[in-house]
Design a protein around this ligand. Sequence first.
Ligand SMILES: [Zn+2]
Length: 396
Amino acid sequence: MISGERFLSDLETLGTIGWVEGHGMDRAAYSKNYEEARTFVQKKMEEAGLSTSMDEVGNLFGRMEGTEGGAPAIMAGSHLDAVPGGGKYDGPLGVMAALEAARAIRERGIALRHPFEVVGFIAEEGGPLGGTFGSRALTGLVKDPIPEEVLNQFGLTVEGIQAARRDPASLCCYLELHIEQGPYLDRRGIPIGIPTGIVGISRYAVTVEGETNHAGSTPMKERKDAMRHATDLLNKWFAWVDTRDDFVCNVGVFSLHPGSVAIVPGAAEFILEIRSLKDAVMEEAFQRFKALCDCEAGLPVTVRRTVWKGGTDLAPGLQDAAERACGAAGIPCVRMPSGASHDANSMAHVTPSGMIFVPSIRGVSHSKEEATSPEDLARGAEVLARTIIEADKIFS
Ligand SMILES: [Zn+2]
C-alpha cells in the first residue's frame, strides 16, 4: 500500500545530511547536522499534511487526527541521531517509514479511529545523556540527575525535561521499525523479524588486585600478576558462557595498572556486560561469575554493579498484528528477541509497544558499512503501515 519509490528516495535524501564520505554519519543529537536533518523531516511531515510540533527536549512529532474525538494516539517512529561514523538507516528508517505510512493511509482514504503520530526521537544513541534520552523524557524515565554542565552543553533544563513528559493516557500504542543490527534475519534469508522483547543490560566493574613489582627480577612463582589472574578467570568464565544460548556477555574494556612494560601489573580492571531477555538469567549468570571469582584461589577480586536495565516484553497483541500484516502482504516473517536497546524499550513502560525488524546485511551496524537492501527497507515500511491499520482495530 505504500509508495516504495517515494519512501526510499526520501530516506536516501535524509541519509545525505551529515554523511561524510569514508567516515560515515556525523549526526550527533543537538548538532547542526542533527537540526538540519530534523528540519528536513519536519518539512516532509508538513508536506504530507501532518501538524508538527516539538517538545522541550527536541523530539519531533507529526500528527493526523482520527475519526474518534479524544481517542489516544497510535505513535510510530524511531530516532534521528546517529553514532559517530554510523550508518544512515539506524533510526531514520523507522521515522521515514512511519511518515510514509501516514501518507499512504491518507491517500488511500483509510479512516483511522485513533489519531496517528509520527515521532522522531532525539539522543537515542549512548552519550552524555545516557541513551534513549528523548523517549525516556517523554515517558518520565529520566530519573538520575544530569550534571549541570551536560544540561548546559545541550541547552536543556530540568524543568524542560519534566515538561516533555507525556500523559500516558494520550497514547494508544507505539510501533517502531528498525534495522535488526544483528545477523539473524540476513543469515536465514527472512525479510521481517518480529521482536518478542528487548534484552536487558547489566554491567559490572571488576577489579583484580595484584602486586606491582619488577618485571625482570621477581621470580615467576612469587608474582602476584593481576593480568594473569584476570585472564584465567575470564577464560574459565567464557568457557561456561559458550555453553549457554539464553544470554550474551562482552568484556569490551580491560585495563592494567600501572600499565608499563617493565612492571608486573598490580591491578586489572574490566567491565563485564551481560545481556538477556530474562532478568533471572542475567542474575543467574552474574551469580555464576561471582562464584568463580570467589573460588579462584589467589588474588582478591571485587565486583561492583554499575548498570541494571531489566529486559522488556513487547506487546503480544502487536506481535500478532505485525504477523497478520506480513501474512496479508505475503512477506515471510519470524519472531525473535532484540539484542539491542531501542526507544520502544522506554515506550513499553507506558504503552503497549511493538517492533518490526528488517535484515542488516552481514549483521553490521553502528558502522558506515551498515546496509539493508532497498527491497527489504520497502518491505519493512509496508509491514509497518499495515500493522498501524491492524493496531487501529485492536485497541479501544
Ligand atoms: Zn537505533
